[in-house]
Design a protein around this ligand. Structure first.
Ligand code: PEP
Ligand code: MG
Length: 536
């Protein structure tokens, strides 16, 4: 048995096989090629390889889950056979690389399938066709197969995980995350909290651990590789106890988040997309306080269209069935990089071109998102929130654009609601001018992750700084208090959607400060409800 120690970024115990994360392929770029015939030959070689893999998958599925389930791979093979004309045509006519031609063909076919309203079966095959295109592209780039598609539950080990990589993971199969780098404030940690599974960072686990049995202890920050019997037994018991505790918390489902003296706090969930909605339900969130819409962009290889976004927002609005859903507009930049945005390299990305700054510069992107959001507003209880605000004019301009978008929709006869608009308070500047900002908006949501980073001048991604990082820094707590007071002076409700909002040591403090809403990873909601209900 070997033991490695790191930093725990989310509690819990996981027991299972260790798997090493295979790095995700880069986003497909359109490139000019001179020798189109050579490019077509590359495509055919990759296609042949993909055909072989699909056949192998079909045989495996037949053995493991039966013939009926394996039929889907015949559909994959059929899609692949139909690719040739389109791919060859795109390469020849546009003199572009085969990867681009395959991705384009996959997207076009998926769109065609999406339009088959009278055939729900074919309509549902959009993801399959994209899967086939991805497989061919992977094979063109040296393969990698289904490297991150697991057939059993795994403890996932990686150097670090970028948000663009985590979105592609088959999350249902991940028991825990262990990264060699990263910090407890990184997006991997946030993802682990959303999934309610243990996560360790800065853990020097060797690559050779892959394939072996492991235990992750999210309380002490240890990972055991090839555990001996007494260790395994101890952790099996601990896991059982954890499950019992979780079962007790489940009894709080359906109950109000209210103190004994009757003070109510809205306990909402943070989500990254439709895939997290089951966690929202499972943990009885009273709404969604932060939908990080940038994940829609991160999981795409090109700008998501208005319709694609509209569908995602509508689904969330409908699934929440009238409960409030706060959608944050695009918060890209800094640690959330997307190739197709072609953002310049910056000296100080956290202080750079990001979030609302991009939206107010590239209004076309912003307008597309706002149109999608307003259209979806007709289907539920959506609220719109702007990130990274530092000045009054930014809010005024963002609201002006909202007004223009609404006028456009009215002229087109498209239904929408005049939804509440809010901002994130995540810069010291916003805290200091909170009175002026509160006059302009319906709500504030305090982003303590960035607020801590900017207040204490501590890069939230930099693992060397953890020693200097104090999540409970009095300056941050005072900033929160000031924001709540300013908001309430102007009838603007105030919530917290940064990670601090889920800190059980601070729940009482926040309630006493007068917080109206706490939005957190779904798994933290019931423990937080318990603390609130135990308060006088
Ligand atoms: C925050 O900064 O606290 C926040 C919620 O936004 P993100 O973590 O996505 O930057
Ligand atoms: Mg933030």
């Amino acid at each position: 048995m070997e033991v490695y120690s790191g930093k725990a970024s989310f509690k819990g115990v996981a027991i299972g096989k260790i798997a090493e994360m295979q790095k995700a392929e880069a986003v497909v770029r359109r490139m000019h090629v001179e020798d189109v015939e050579a490019e077509i030959a590359r495509y055919h070689a990759a296609k042949e390889q993909a055909q072989k893999e699909i056949l192998e998958l079909k045989e495996k599925a037949e053995k493991e889950v039966g013939e009926a389930q394996a039929e889907i791979f015949e559909v994959h093979a059929m899609f692949l056979d139909d690719f040739d004309d389109s791919v060859e045509n795109i390469i020849r006519e546009q003199s572009v690389n085969a990867e681009f031609a395959v991705a384009q063909t996959g997207d076009n076919t998926a769109e065609m399938l999406a339009a088959m309203d009278d055939n729900p079966y074919m309509q549902a095959r959009q993801t399959d066709v994209k899967d086939v295109a991805d497989r061919v592209i992977r094979d063109m780039n040296g393969g990698g197969g289904d490297s991150n598609k697991f057939t059993e539950h795994v403890i996932l080990v990686a150097d670090d995980l970028a948000p663009s990589e985590t979105v592609q993971l088959d999350k249902a199969m991940v028991l825990a995350f262990v990264t060699r780098e990263g910090s407890t404030n990184s997006h991997t940690a946030i993802l682990a909290r959303t999934m309610n599974i243990p996560a360790l960072c800065q853990t020097p686990i060797p690559k050779e651990a892959a394939g072996k049995m492991g235990i992750v202890d999210g309380f002490t920050g240890q990972v055991f590789v090839d555990p001996d019997d007494p260790t395994l037994e101890k952790y099996m018991k601990m896991k059982e106890a954890e499950e019992e505790k979780a079962a007790l918390l489940k009894e709080l489902k359906g109950k109000e988040s209210v103190t004994k003296s009757g003070r109510k706090v809205k306990l909402y969930a943070n989500i990254g997309g439709i895939g997290d909605l089951n966690f929202v339900k499972e943990n009885d969130a009273e709404g969604v306080g932060l939908f990080r819409s940038e994940f829609l962009y991160l999981q795409n290889s090109d700008f998501p269209t208005e319709d694609e976004q509209f569908k995602a927002y509508r689904t969330v609005a409908e699934m929440l069935a009238g409960k409030e859903v706060v959608v944050r507009t695009l918060d890209i930049g800094a640690d959330k990089q997307i190739d197709y945005f072609n953002l310049d390299k910056e000296e100080n990305p956290a202080l750079g071109y990001r979030a609302i700054r991009i939206c107010l510069t590239r209004e076309d992107i912003f307008r597309t998102q706002l149109r999608a959001l307003y259209r979806a507003s007709a289907y539920g209880n959506i609220m719109i929130m702007f990130p990274m605000i530092t000045s009054v004019w930014e809010v005024e301009r963002a609201k002006e654009i909202c007004t223009e978008v609404k006028a456009e929709l009215t002229a087109q006869g498209i239904a929408f609601k005049d939804v509440p608009v809010g901002i994130m308070i995540e810069t010291p500047a916003a805290v200091l001018i909170a009175d002026e900002l509160a006059e302009l908006v319906d709500f504030f949501s305090i982003g303590t992750n960035d607020l801590t980073q900017y207040t204490c001048a501590l890069d939230r991604q930099n693992q060397k700084l953890e020693r200097f990082f104090n999540a409970h820094h009095p300056a941050v707590l005072r900033a929160i208090q000031m924001t709540i007071e300013a908001g309430h002076r102007h009838n603007t409700w105030v919530g917290i959607c940064g990670e601090l909002g889920a800190d059980p040591e601070l729940t009482e403090t926040f309630v006493k400060m007068g917080i109206d809403e706490l939005s957190m990873s779904p798994g933290s909601i019931l423990p937080c409800r318990k603390i609130i209900r135990d308060m006088d």
